[in-house]
Design a protein around this ligand. Structure first.
Ligand code: IMP
Ligand code: MG
Length: 175
């Protein structure tokens, strides 16, 4: 039977917030070019909705990473599954993430990117679950802070499903 999805943030709410974030980011980067790094796969939907509403010049690159061993208590490492195509040296880099949960992935990734000498480095996430944080991460732009629930939609998956939902929802298992 199909899973039931409870809406946590409607399509309208998410769209409205993304527009606000895009104008905030455009104002902050006025006169500059933003080099966006989209973290695959989850951030693709958010990244495209956000960047197409930004009014400053934008270039986009993609990166895919995974935490080492999900079952171990943080090894503190990330494995790069797909690295960037272009150098970020001297660029104003904005990392775009779908959700920050424990913070493990992003805290490692931001350190790694910092070592590649961008001119500036900032982090933007659609969702933040601060209750679950294990590793501190400095977030510059947050769409929504949400409670500790497993969410899907807008790029976020449950076993690779539901990424295409146009809203943020919670899977409610039928028993
Ligand atoms: P963390 O911050 O290193 O724990 O991991 C963040 C990654 O875990 C995200 O980029 C998502 O891929 C995944 N994730 C964390 N929470 C959720 C959720 O509620 N729904 C779907 N994926 C999640
Ligand atoms: Mg992700």
């Amino acid at each position: 039977m199909a899973d039931k999805i409870r809406v946590m943030l409607s399509e309208e709410e998410v769209d409205k917030r993304i527009r606000e974030m895009a104008s905030q980011i455009s104002a902050d980067y006025e006169g500059k070019e933003v080099h966006v790094i989209c973290i695959l796969k989850g951030s693709v939907y958010f990244c495209s909705e956000l960047t197409k509403r930004m009014t400053v010049p934008v270039t986009v690159d993609f990166m895919s990473c995974s935490s080492y061993g999900n079952d171990t208590i943080s090894s503190g490492n990330v494995k790069i599954v797909k690295d960037l195509d272009e150098s970020i040296e001297g660029k104003d880099v904005l990392v775009i993430e779908d959700i920050i949960d424990t913070g493990r992935t992003l805290s490692c990734l931001m350190e790694l990117l910092k070592d590649r000498h961008p001119s500036s480095l900032a982090l933007c996430t659609l969702l933040d679950k601060p209750d679950r944080r294990l590793n501190e991460v400095e977030v510059d732009y947050t769409g929504f802070q949400i409670p500790d629930e497993f969410v899907v939609g807008y790029g976020l998956d449950y076993a690779q499903k539901y990424r295409n939902l146009p809203y943020i929802g919670v899977v409610e298992k039928e028993d």
